[in-house]
Design a binder for this molecule. Structure first.
Ligand code: ADP
Ligand code: MG
Length: 238
């Protein structure tokens, strides 16, 4: 049974159809990448999974539970955005621990979680710094740390690397891949970068104008694109 399942999902803003009947599924521990041109509905789809947007029709299931009507906080997901808003007056450690503090997690447990996560992300030496003292890549790691300590069922990433320079993007891509392999968590990752999609995904969903063009493994999508759009977009051999 798929861990995350999306059935006939539709989303309309006013009288504009943004998602026009999306069917997708990903197994536990899978890495689903949503890819497509700007404005095709990637963020909207991610936001409906997170519960940040209501849906017009269809169903979303996470871990066997229909979540259509659940508040974001009840869905057990964590989201990392492209602009990572860290609290400027808090240290890195405080930023990472903040969500746990709100939830009432005791201090020793919080400290251990911050320690473990910062080790995984290799940011232990930065724990006492303020966000203004960090580079873009370091801030992105802290943002990830903040999401990771929550140990969510599903991780949602919305173009988390698009504000970073090319070299750092490649490093962080490797980092995310390593994290996924070590944590075995289920990920839905949005990007408009085909190479990022090909290197990270266990499954790729190609979207255009709110319609799913193809859903398959990176090799299937690349070698057997279902139409000209997918072939062009993914740079498949002619
Ligand atoms: P992507 O992330 O693929 O670039 P989005 O999901 O952000 O695309 O947007 C898809 C379409 O939905 C765009 O045409 C956008 O203008 C529209 N849209 C997104 N959010 C809203 C909203 N809150 N109200 C109206 N239209 C929206
Ligand atoms: Mg977007």
């Amino acid at each position: 049974m798929p861990f995350l399942e999306i059935k006939s999902l539709e989303k309309r803003f006013g009288n504009v159809d943004v998602l026009k009947g999306i069917d997708l599924a990903i197994e536990e521990g899978g890495f689903l990448v949503l890819v497509g041109p700007s404005g095709c509905g990637k963020s909207t789809l991610l936001n409906t999974i997170a519960g940040l947007e209501t849906i017009t029709a269809g169903e979303i299931h996470i871990n066997g539970r229909k979540v259509n009507d659940l508040h974001p906080s009840e869905r057990d997901i964590a989201m990392v955005f492209q602009s990572y808003a860290l609290y400027p007056n808090m240290t890195v450690a405080q930023n990472i621990a903040f969500g746990m503090e709100i939830k009432g997690v005791p201090k020793p447990e919080r400290d251990k979680a911050v320690n473990d996560v910062s080790e995984t992300l290799q940011i232990k030496h930065l724990l006492d710094r303020k966000p203004s003292q960090l580079s873009g890549g370091q801030r992105q790691r802290v943002a990830m740390g903040r999401a990771l300590v929550r140990r969510p069922l599903v991780f949602l990433f919305d173009e988390p690397l698009s504000n970073l320079d090319a070299k750092l993007r490649v490093d962080m891509r490797t980092e995310i891949k390593r994290l996924h392999q070590s944590m075995k968590t289920t990920i839905v990752y949005v990007t408009h970068d085909q190479i990022e999609a090909m290197t990270l995904a266990s499954r790729i969903a190609v979207l255009k104008d709110g319609i799913l063009q193809q859903f398959g493994t990176p090799a299937e999508i690349y070698n057997h694109p279902s139409n000209m759009f997918v072939a062009d977009f993914m740079g498949s051999p002619a």
